[in-house]
Write a protein that binds this ligand. Structure first.
Ligand code: SF4
Length: 508
């Protein structure tokens, strides 16, 4: 793809000589994934709303160069601040490669007054920034919407890197690894209604199903809630984004009206965890459909699915119900903190079929603490029975358990790769020959990498650096060998997880 072929609506390009602060917002993966995330739209809008700042975007893949902005080809190195959102642990390799390709020293200790400051945020960082300290000047712990103004102010007024970093370290929820602090609090914004919200969102002018089209299609992203009212023992969002907050119905309707007026799309993608818990969801969805708009909602908790809600979603064009039983075993589901009954799941699927849905997506986890082969069999039975009992095509997505920092299962070891593979095979064999059933899965090897980066400490910097040099899965293996750090068995080391945890200085 060449840059002049990518047309986008609602971009903002300022004369860089007329502003004080140049901000490079980087997404360390594909253009499609970055444009699907709300964080990009939020920070682009907030930063460009400041007269003194110009924010432009960079992506690791699918643009002419990760070192040139898609907005105006501004070189990465010309920015005063480079900000990354790290959503998936493995993307740290892409982050390092982006810095390298932009001629920004990869190690923070090597950066000079001529180099940008590198700041990183996102849920992965909020849980445990320690494995990434070698590459980052400052981390944002928690939500960055409000603190980003203080960060930019510090850069605009600071006369040296040292002075700016000292100012950063004074800010709530900003962690500067070179300036030790006893404890760091998490930034949480309690009143969502009071927040600035991106009304004019960037939309790529690409054909439907283009690989550059955002995952939910061309739509206005509407953040309905933050956090989750549940806290399933394994779930990062259920722990680091507490408490659950919602926007008011009036504010949401206002945002839809303004968003559709200013963003050239005919669809609203609602964002939030466990959205079905929201009292007004049915009313909001049906009202949006009545405005003649398409609607997409993410995974719903099975116990929150109602017939009127699903009927409105069908009218809006949604045909796939996504729910996450996590396991077919009711007892194991109870022990992971997800209080769903099997009957809730069966009922949700029955209602979906009656309402006109034609597909069902189910999320399962294998390798959960305390799991037996009978629990795996219960998942197989659930997949088969739901496919049999309804007309829906079923896709079961199987993910290995990944212990995450700051969750109640942060100290639980992840089973060895061979064990995860064996359990995956049990499921694949169990559903073999069922024409309406498809199995998708995360490779246990990638789950191993994610787990190590989730619960690791700062010694992993060397592994990450080598893995970024070589690239791919083989790069991680080679990095393990060269550094002598037992990276792939880290999350399986039950003894190590009994010691003081690397993220213990972050206040919950
Ligand atoms: S798994 Fe879902 S319901 Fe449970 S805490 Fe996470 S987001 Fe909430």
């Amino acid at each position: 793809m060449s840059s002049n072929k990518l047309k986008e609506f609602n971009t903002v390009v300022k004369d860089s000589s007329s502003v004080n602060v140049l901000f490079g917002y980087c997404y360390p993966s594909t253009y499609r994934a970055g444009m699907t995330g709300l964080a990009l739209h939020i920070f682009y809008a907030i930063l460009n709303s400041r007269e003194d700042t110009s924010c432009e975007r960079y992506f690791r893949y699918d643009t002419p160069s990760p070192a040139l902005s898609v907005d105006s080809q501004r070189p990465l190195k010309h920015n005063h601040i480079i900000g990354f959102s790290l959503t998936y642990e493995e993307d740290i390799v892409n982050l390092v490669q982006m810095l390298d390709s932009g001629d920004v020293p990869v190690l923070s200790e090597k950066r000079t007054e001529d180099d940008p400051l590198v700041i990183v945020g996102g849920p992965v960082i909020t849980a445990n920034p320690e494995p990434f300290v070698d590459f980052v000047d400052a981390f944002v712990i928690g939500e960055g919407d409000a603190i980003i103004h203080d960060i930019v102010d510090a850069v605009a007024s600071g006369s040296s890197r040292k002075e700016v970093l000292a100012q950063f370290a004074e800010l709530n929820g900003v962690y500067v690894p070179t300036i030790p602090r006893l404890n760091i609090d998490r930034n949480i914004i309690l009143d969502l209604d009071s927040l600035e919200y991106p009304i004019s969102q960037i939309v790529p002018d690409v054909p439907e199903d283009s690989r550059l089209e955002p995952v939910f299609g061309k739509s206005f992203l509407l953040e309905v809630t933050r956090g989750c009212g549940h806290s399933c023992r394994f779930c990062l969002i259920g722990h680091v984004c507490q408490p659950r907050r919602t926007r008011s119905l009036d504010r949401l309707k206002y945002l839809v009206n303004m968003g559709i007026e200013n963003t050239p799309v005919g669809k609203v993608s609602m964002i939030g965890s466990s959205l079905g818990d929201l009292d007004g969801l049915e009313s909001l969805v049906c009202w949006t459909v009545d405005q003649g708009l398409g609607v997409s909602v993410p995974s719903l908790r099975a116990d929150s699915v109602s017939e009127p809600l699903l009927e409105c979603l069908v009218k809006s064009g949604q045909r796939t119900l996504t729910i996450a039983p996590e396991t077919g075993s009711q007892d194991l589901r109870k022990s992971i903190g997800k209080g769903l009954q099997n009957s809730d799941i069966e009922n949700a699927v029955e209602v979906a079929a009656r309402s006109g849905y034609n597909a069902l997506k189910l999320y399962f986890i294998i390798g959960l603490p305390g799991e037996t082969d009978d629990d795996i069999k219960a998942s197989v039975d659930m997949i088969i029975n739901l496919a049999k009992a309804s007309s829906l095509k079923v896709t079961a997505n199987i993910n290995p358990f990944i212990p995450k920092a700051q969750t109640r299962w942060e100290r639980e070891p992840q089973p060895p790769i061979e064990e995860l593979r064996r359990k995956l095979k049990l499921i694949e064999r169990g559903v073999k020959g069922r024409v309406k059933v498809t199995i998708e899965s995360l490779d246990p090897r990638n789950a191993r990498i994610q787990a190590a980066l989730s619960i690791g400490d700062r010694s992993l910097g060397r592994v990450i650096r080598n893995a970024a040099t070589y690239g791919g899965y083989g790069g991680w293996r080679r990095a393990e060998k060269e550094t002598g750090i037992p990276f792939f068995s880290l999350a399986n080391d039950a003894e190590r997880l009994q010691n003081e945890l690397p993220w213990s200085f972050l206040r919950k």
